[in-house]
Design a protein around this ligand. Structure first.
Ligand SMILES: CC(C)(COP(=O)(O)OP(=O)(O)OC[C@H]1O[C@@H](n2cnc3c(N)ncnc32)[C@H](O)[C@@H]1OP(=O)(O)O)[C@@H](O)C(=O)NCCC(=O)NCCS
Length: 134
């Protein structure tokens, strides 16, 4: 892989098909079409990783800027994983979330990654899902 990874903090150069491809390649289902691009556009903070013109990683967060932050959709293309790109994107998001509590949903396979960044299992979390809106 190219060592010169470029990190970007706006959605300007990001296209829906390359986001779709990233989430397909990392098995994060339900993120397709313009809907996933709109979700990034409406996010408070975004961080993308590029190798040249190729999108190789993405991540985003929502925040009130005071107390709470939520991180979503962190993914790095398989061939670029384990080179510190996920950590760097998380560091960039967290630096832009000066809040009391940052939460995220971690797939079982990704829990070691988030644990290495200081995240812990958190009790008392509840969620209501509507799969028709995915
Ligand atoms: C999870 C993911 C984003 C990590 O990105 P990455 O670029 O490979 O991670 P990094 O190379 O920055 O790793 C940072 C640290 O986490 C560790 N780590 C990375 N992936 C890990 C995993 N799956 N389990 C345990 N530890 C992991 C690394 O060893 C590294 O530790 P170190 O700093 O002590 O060496 C990436 O594997 C991915 O896209 N996975 C598929 C999508 C996914 O599951 N996303 C999370 C949604 S909940």
């Amino acid at each position: 892989m190219n060592a010169d990874v470029d990190y970007r903090f706006t959605c300007e150069s990001v296209r829906a098909p390359e986001l779709e491809e990233l989430y397909r390649a990392t098995n994060l289902g339900g993120r397709a079409g313009e809907k996933i691009r709109r979700a990034f556009l409406k996010s408070s903070v975004v961080c993308f990783a590029y190798d040249g013109t190729r999108l190789i990683g993405a991540s985003r967060a929502l925040t009130d800027g005071e107390y709470h932050g939520l991180i979503y959709d962190v993914a790095v293309l398989p061939e670029y994983q384990r080179h510190g790109i996920g950590r760097r994107m998380m560091d960039e998001l967290l630096a832009r979330l000066p809040v009391w509590r940052v939460m995220l949903v971690a797939d079982r396979d990704a829990q070691g990654f988030y644990r290495s960044l200081g995240f812990q299992n958190y009790p008392d979390v509840m969620a209501r899902l509507n799969s028709e809106r995915l």
